[in-house]
Ligand binder design. Structure first.
Ligand SMILES: *Cc1c(COP(=O)(O)O)cnc(C)c1O
Length: 375
């Protein structure tokens, strides 16, 4: 028998059929850098570091070889281990922490299983759950924050993975260590708890949520971190995770063999060697975020409600006459692109990355003007 012969009509109408759970995915919508007319705007829509990146990382970029990178990122994992007091064998690298979030779902959940996260959680969790055929289960929020009891109420025999971002994106909300510990203690031992600390370095050291200690002590906790946010290396796509040896081995089995570029490894290594840049970024963010929120609160009863944030952005709820959409357009007219999130169930909110002092002053003033004009 030769190869099957298709009729002309069959040739025309047949096509590969995507799996239904893949078709159900809404592709990730990234923060934009241009206005509707294509005009480049100051980008406060993707939580990037307004201070750029460490000069040491920029210098390392030029040195990186163009051949295949070290598939095990050995030098980088060693430096991460040293910086956080973690055995480097318990560190796994990803093409951004996005890859690790997807691998965590893929490694531990599949068709018929459930993956839980909170309403207004990071949008990648939904994609990660669906990609492997699992069913995403969404817990109600508590005034936009993470509700541990609501998460726990949804756990059942089918639950395989629970995702919590701490601080959370896009809300900026933060669960203190006691709440993270309470969540972990109440989860069955065979459910993987993924604590996504993409903004972990922005949290004051005394407010540490204890997630790294949980990952060191238990067999069902994965903590993910990234070089994209405070380190300012989003373009290089480098994230890392840590957990029990079994979890690290699972993720290593299914990650891309050369998933972190040579340039990325070199730049991240250099960035880790410059803690002063990270600390300056944290302090800048804390001070500017505080000043920005104060300016919004000083507006009084204009219906703008900034949610408390521990991250490098603030989610502002528009509960008065001025709508988030009008404010989004008004800020674009003034040269700024921020994040409006109707696709995530937040048409009433804008997420604004904390930028340079001058830009935050212009934005606060513009919001004041628009809110007063809308009354
Ligand atoms: C930005 C972000 C990430 C990851 O970004 P990568 O660039 O893929 O490392 C992960 N989680 C949250 C909550 C984020 O906001």
């Amino acid at each position: 028998m030769g190869p099957p012969v298709m009729s002309e009509t069959e040739t025309r109408i047949k096509a590969p059929t995507p799996k239904p759970w893949i078709e159900a995915i809404h592709a990730y919508v990234p923060g934009k850098s241009k206005g509707k007319d294509g005009k480049p705007l100051i980008k406060l829509s993707a939580n990037e570091n307004p201070l750029g990146t460490s000069p040491a990382a920029l210098a390392a970029r030029a040195q990186a070889p163009a051949l295949y990178p070290d598939p095990d990122s050995t030098a980088l994992r060693t430096a991460i281990g040293a910086a956080h007091g973690i055995d480097p064998a318990r560190v796994v690298m990803g093409t951004g922490s996005d890859e690790l979030l997807n691998l965590a779902a893929q490694g531990y959940a599949g068709l018929g299983d459930e993956v839980i996260y909170v309403r207004y959680g990071f949008s990648v969790y939904d994609i990660a759950a669906r990609r492997c055929g699992a069913t995403p289960v969404v817990a109600p929020d508590l005034d936009y924050g993470t509700d541990v009891d609501a998460l726990l109420a949804l756990v059942n025999d089918k639950t395989r993975v629970v995702f919590v971002a701490n601080p959370n994106n896009p809300t900026g909300s933060y669960l203190p260590g006691g709440e993270i510990a309470r969540l972990h203690a109440a989860l069955p031992a065979d459910v993987l708890l993924v604590i996504d600390q993409a903004y972990g370095e922005y949290v004051a050291p005394e407010d540490d949520d204890g997630a790294l200690a949980l990952a060191a002590a238990h067999r069902n906790v994965l903590v993910t971190r990234t070089f994209s946010k405070i380190f300012g290396l989003a373009g290089e796509r480098i994230g890392w995770g840590t957990g029990a040896p079994g979890i690290v081995a699972t993720l290593n089995r299914i990650r891309g063999p050369f998933n972190v570029s040579a340039t990325g490894q070199a730049m991240a290594l250099a960035a880790l060697g410059d803690p002063a840049f990270v600390e300056a970024s944290r302090v800048h963010n804390r001070d500017e975020r505080g000043r920005f929120v104060e300016q919004l609160e000083a507006l009084g009863n204009h219906g703008l409600r900034p949610l408390p944030s521990q991250a490098n952005f603030v989610l502002i709820l528009f509960e008065g006459a001025l709508t988030a959409e009008t404010a989004f357009d008004g800020l674009a007219d003034r040269g700024y692109i921020v994040r409006w999130l109707p696709g995530q169930g937040l048409p009433q909110a804008l997420r604004i990355t904390i930028g340079k002092p001058k830009d935050m002053d212009v934005i606060a003033e513009a919001l004041r003007g628009m809110a007063e004009g809308a009354k």
